[in-house]
Design a protein around this ligand. Structure first.
Ligand SMILES: [Mn+2]
Length: 333
């Protein structure tokens, strides 16, 4: 859905002005966009003179601890205490993506959200949703503009983390001219792009390298090489990555293999429950496959959880991707 964002923005600012306190809700398994957008928004609300906290059921991944304000991110306890707050969900495609925080969010007097996912049903009272925006950070940037606030260096850094994460370091198809207009302003605000781009896109955790070493030998092809996928079993996850923090990007090795159009990574987080990362190259899409299994995301990058054994999940996705591929090809897309 797309909302009238000028009107919704005004509603959000009135709500912030009227609020005694504000809580910001990122999504679980947080990425750079939900964290960067939340931290920048926290700073904006602070500058408007309101007490504000970012609350999450689990602490965000340590590898993101270079983000300005990272240490201020709080647990859910503080949000449970204040029902009179304004709650703002950030980069949350469906409300259950807030995890345990969803319950708190829903029981709050006034709710708002800022998001860019195509599948967002508009679950808050104030919905700033722009499905054309490549990142939620791009929308948060417009809030600073609307307030005529000059960005601080820390705000620029956090917005950069959001924008660069969701555009795949400005390489995904969703990257638009406006991304670079925003970037020009972030640079003017003092963004140290060399430093932060290395931390975001070149530096890898040892756990990630270890998982990649286990995932690559499982790479298998289907549909004449147009579909490729990898699996990581429960024992490996337990041994290397019990919290499931280090798999991001592994699926890209499959989608970037020559000839491949659809790719998946399935990892067995629990026995009989697997998390799936799905990728496609244009004009193909994986969001419909994810949605069918109760997940969500974008056309080219989506995710879902399947309650079945690892091998069965891989076979299921492989078959669905092969079917989607054949159907799209038949349409001559
Ligand atoms: Mn996002």
């Amino acid at each position: 859905m797309k909302t009238n964002n000028r009107e919704q923005r005004e509603k959000l600012f009135s709500a912030i002005e009227a609020a005694r306190r504000v809580c910001i809700f990122p999504h679980i398994d947080p990425d750079g966009d939900t964290l960067g957008s939340s931290l920048a928004l926290q700073s904006l609300v602070e500058r408007l003179g309101k007490p504000v906290r970012i609350v999450m059921e689990n602490p965000p991944p340590e590898k993101m601890n270079f983000m300005p304000g990272f240490d201020t991110i709080d647990g859910l306890e503080c949000a449970k205490l204040c029902k009179d707050m304004l709650a703002i969900a950030v980069d949350v495609s469906v409300s259950d993506r807030m995890g345990q925080a969803e319950e708190i969010f829903k029981n709050t007097a006034l709710t708002a959200q800022i998001d860019h996912h195509e599948t967002n049903p508009g679950f808050a009272q104030v919905n700033i949703i722009d499905t054309k925006a490549p990142s939620t950070a791009s929308i948060v940037f417009t809030l600073f503009k609307a307030q005529k606030m000059k960005l601080t260096q820390d705000e620029a850094t956090n917005l950069y983390v959001g924008l660069s994460t969701d555009t795949g370091n400005f390489q995904f198809k969703n990257t638009d001219a406006n991304s670079f207009r925003i970037m020009a302003e972030l640079m003017e605000a003092g963004l140290d792009i060399g430093h932060y781009s290395r931390l975001l896109f070149l530096r890898k955790d040892r756990e990630h390298i270890a998982l990649l070493g286990r995932a690559l030998p499982t790479l298998r092809y289907a549909a004449g090489g147009k579909v490729a996928g990898m699996t990581i079993d429960h024992d490996t996850m337990q041994e290397i990555d019990p919290a499931g923090e280090y798999c991001e990007g592994i699926v890209n090795y499959a989608i970037n293999t020559r000839g491949v159009r659809f790719a998946y990574l399935v990892r067995e987080t629990n026995k009989d429950s697997v998390k799936c990362s799905l990728r496609a190259l244009p004009p193909y899409r994986v969001d419909e496959i994810a949605l069918k299994h109760g997940g969500g995301g974008h056309r080219l990058a989506a995710g879902c959880t399947l309650n079945m054994p690892l091998k069965e999940a891989a076979k299921t996705l492989e078959a669905e991707m092969a079917k989607a591929c054949a159907e799209a090809d038949a349409l001559g897309q």
